[in-house]
Design a protein around this ligand. Structure first.
Ligand SMILES: Cc1ncc(COP(=O)(O)O)c(C=O)c1O
Length: 484
């Protein structure tokens, strides 16, 4: 899973078949995007005909430019249609407006931007969010100069106490956030209570339904979290997750147009065309939008209902079996189609992740954080729902093997050194040394990600988050350097 040199020589034009073969060769090193065994990153409806229509639309509109809706009115039509469908799904009032963005991160950045710029009188804006909020909110804060104030969650329910959210609000708070559900633990925050806190103070409330927004509306018996909750002012929902569309599209909906205005941008202050943007991108391919429009209509509302219920049933089945597996447990009852699994002291999640990998399943390790245990993340999708027996059998075998091997023990001296390191003071040479200690340097002397990651992950797990960030950024930097 390390980047490889591409096989083509640019000093001559390659033939189409040669390019195809090279692409196929490159892709062979990637995770499978279909088949239901990749339990994060990808979402597979298992509907080949739907995938095909999506790909056709992606290709047909790849060169269309969403920069100007008057030049490409087809894109504006498809965008407003999708926003309208989402409005109905999410109980939005007639005044609801929205935009299509490139993904969940962009939707969240825009939600924070709109809240910041909607409150120009606040000079040092803050947002208040449960500590489980997606990291994209931290990115938004970082990019926009907005402080992200996090509130701890209960160690059993993984939800914040709304009173703690209220206590964190100050005169500088421009936005409260809640997840439906949270990525890491798959639970819905108490949206009604959080939105009430926001409404009482005249503050906006955003619900991050990036991962759940196209599933939860089709399930019964959940606490309210949509625009039906009065204080909710905006919601993000990614189509490239559970709407099973090709990558590159999310929707951000606002309860009314005034709430959206803050993330519009206009610039006539230069000699070229007047730049008018609703989102961060200027030129943007019409491909992902057209593909999403095609797929959403090809599956249809009832189709999504069936898919959502089948994945939900599968999630509950897996959860029930996991609680019987020696060494493994579900950390909190799932509200949607995501599971967080933890181990007892006889093994660790990192070894289970490796064991699952060697059996052809990708489950994502999540590091321990703020007193919460390290977990395995599983996002089930429609294609996984047809393989529940295989999945639980793989989990059973992987856990048994992990118990047999025992948990990875990090050298206590190394652990103490990690605690003492100041990541801000690490230069490139020091980082290279640490990457070598962490087992991330291959025989050729370059950074390589090993097949089995348990040792590396166990080490990262004991590193404080800023050190983890510094080390992983160094890995990314080195993996993405142009070859000499
Ligand atoms: C709840 C939630 N919010 C935001 C995001 C970020 O989405 P993206 O990776 O599309 O930027 C994710 C991604 O998993 C998510 O689960």
């Amino acid at each position: 899973m390390n980047p490889r040199a591409t096989p083509l020589d640019w000093s001559r034009a390659a033939g189409a078949d040669e390019v195809r073969a090279a692409l196929a060769d490159l892709r062979a090193g990637d995770l499978p995007t279909h088949g239901g065994r990749t339990l994060s990153y990808v979402y597979d409806s298992g509907m080949a005909a739907v995938d095909e229509i999506g790909r056709e639309a992606l290709t047909a509109f790849a060169a269309s430019n969403g920069l100007d809706p008057t030049a490409f009115p087809s894109l504006a039509s498809m965008e407003t249609d999708l926003v309208g469908l989402a409005r109905d799904l999410l109980d939005g009032p007639a005044s609801t407006v929205g935009v299509a963005t490139s993904g969940g991160t962009e939707s969240l950045v825009l939600a924070v931007l709109a809240a910041r710029d909607g409150n120009p009188q606040i000079t040092r804006p803050q947002v208040v969010a449960p500590e489980t909020v997606h990291a994209a909110v931290h990115k938004a804060g970082h990019l926009l100069g907005v402080e992200v104030v996090t509130v701890p969650v209960d160690p059993h329910t993984f939800r914040p106490d709304p009173d703690d959210m209220a206590a964190a609000v100050t005169d500088s708070t421009v936005l409260l956030l809640a997840s439906a559900p949270s990525y890491a633990h798959g639970v819905i925050d108490p949206v009604e209570e959080i939105a009430a806190v926001a409404a009482a103070r005249g503050i906006r409330c955003h619900v991050d339904a990036c991962i759940g927004g196209w599933v939860l509306p089709f399930l019964e018996g959940l606490p309210p979290w949509t625009f039906a909750v009065e204080g909710v002012t905006s919601i993000s929902v990614d189509l490239h997750k559970y709407a099973y569309t090709p990558k590159g599209i999310s929707l951000l909906l606002h309860r009314d147009p005034a709430l959206r205005r803050g993330h519009f941008f206009a610039c006539a202050d230069w000699p070229g065309y007047t730049v008018l943007n609703t989102t961060l991108q200027s030129t943007k391919s019409g491909g992902p939008l057209a593909a999403a429009w095609a797929v959403v209509h090809a599956i249809g509302r009832d189709g999504y209902g069936e898919l959502a219920r089948s994945v939900r049933d599968a999630t509950l089945q897996v959860a029930a079996v996991v609680d019987e597996i020696d060494g493994l447990r579900v950390v909190v009852a799932p509200d949607s189609t995501l599971l967080a699994l933890a181990t007892d002291e006889r093994c660790d999640v990192f070894t289970i992740a490796d064991e699952m990998g060697s059996r052809g399943w990708l489950v994502q390790p999540q590091m321990s954080f703020a007193g919460h245990p390290a977990t395995l993340h599983l996002s089930l999708c429609a294609a996984t729902a047809t393989r529940v027996e295989e999945l639980v059998s793989a989990l059973t075998q992987a856990s048994a093997e992990a118990v047999r091997r025992g948990p990875v023990r990090v050298d206590p001296q190394l652990a103490a050194a990690a605690e003492a390191l100041d990541p801000a003071g690490l230069d490139d040479a020091a980082l290279d040394g640490l990457l070598a200690i962490a087992g991330l340097v291959g025989d050729g002397g370059g950074v390589e990600v090993p097949e089995r990651m348990a040792e590396v992950n166990a080490l990262l797990d004991i590193a404080p988050p800023p050190l983890r960030e510094a080390l992983l950024t160094a890995v990314l930097d080195r993996l993405t350097r142009t070859r000499p």
